[in-house]
Design a protein around this ligand. Sequence first.
Ligand SMILES: [Mg+2]
Length: 366
Amino acid sequence: MPVVAGVDTAVFTVPTDAPEADGTLSWDSTTLVLATVRSEDVTGLGYTYAPAATASIIADLLADVVTGLPALDVPRMNEAMHRAVRNAGLPGVAAQAIAAVDIALWDMKARMLGLPLVHLLGAARADVPVYGSGGFTTYDDDQQERQLRGWVETDGIPRVKIKIGESWGSCEERDRLRVAKARAVIGDATALYVDANGGYGAKQAVRVSRALTDEGVTWFEEPVSSDHLSTLAAIRDQVTLDVAAGEYGYTLPYFEHMLASRAVDCLQADITRCGGITVWLRVAALAQAHGLEISGHCAPHAHAHAAAAVPNLRHLEWFHDHVRIERLLFDGALAPDGGAVVPGADGAPGIGLTLNAERSQPYRVG
Ligand SMILES: [Mg+2]
C-alpha cells in the first residue's frame, strides 16, 4: 500500500482586474494557497483561497500528520488532520488548510487510479450547472453590463448573480438601480440572483426583497449576516425568493445548525473552507436529509468533480475572481458553455488541473 511521502505548499497572490467590493468588504487582490501531496511518483494538488498563513498551518500542523499514512485512505487522513488542529481552532484558516490538503489527497488518489475524480467518487449527474457571479458594487454600469453579457451571451450561462447591500446597506437606492439595470441587460429568460453579504438589517432585507421580487430575482444570498440564524429564518418566512447562506461554514455541525434553524432554502458550502471534498460530500448529505439542495461556493474547479457526485446539487458558483485565477495559474480549466461544466469529460485524471509553472511564477509570494 503506497503511503503519503510528503506535503508541500505554495502561495500565489493575484491582483484583481479592477477594484472589487461587496456589501461588507472590499479587496484588490486574492491569495490562493496551494497544497501538493506526493506518494511514490504521483502528486496531487489542492488549494484554498485564504491568507498566506494557511500555508504555515499546513507545514506546521498537517504535513507530518498525513505523511506515512496509506495514500488511498483519504477520510482517515481527513479525520487525523481535524484532530491535529484541536488547539489551533478548527473554524477558519485551519479548516481551510485541511481543505487544501484533503482536495490534494483526493486528486492524488484519482491520479493513482488513472481516473477523473468524478469517476472515483461516482457521478450522480451528467453535468454541473453553473451561475455567473461577480457584479461587484465597485463596478459602473458599463463594467456590470460587460460582465453580464460575457456570461449570458458569450458563455451561454442562463443564471447570474450581482452584489448588493453596498456599504453595509447604506446605498439601497443604488442597489435597486443596479438590479434593474442588470435585469434590463440580461432579459427575462436569465435567472437573476443577488448577494448582500450580510449587509442589510432584517426589516431592510424584507423591504428590499419586494423590489427584488418585482425584478424577478429568485435568489437572495445572505440578506443579513449568516451569524443570525433566527433572523435569516424570519426573513425566509416573509419573502418568496430563495434565501441562501452557508459560505462561512467550516465544520459539519455549523451546517446542521443552519439547516435545523430553517434558515435557508438552499444550502451553500465552500469545499475550500469546510474541510475539503470529504466533508463537503457530508454537508451535501445533510442538506439532502433536510430536503434541500446544495450550491457550491466559489473555487469552481475545486468543487466540480464532487458537485457532479451529488444528487441534490443546485449549481456551482462561477465566480469571476476565482475563474480568472484558476485559468491563469492552472492548465485544464473547464468551460461553462451553455451554463454547465462536465468535469472529467477530457479524461484527465484527478481534478484535472496542473499548475502552469510559467504563468504562475510571477504571482508566487510564498
Ligand atoms: Mg456570498
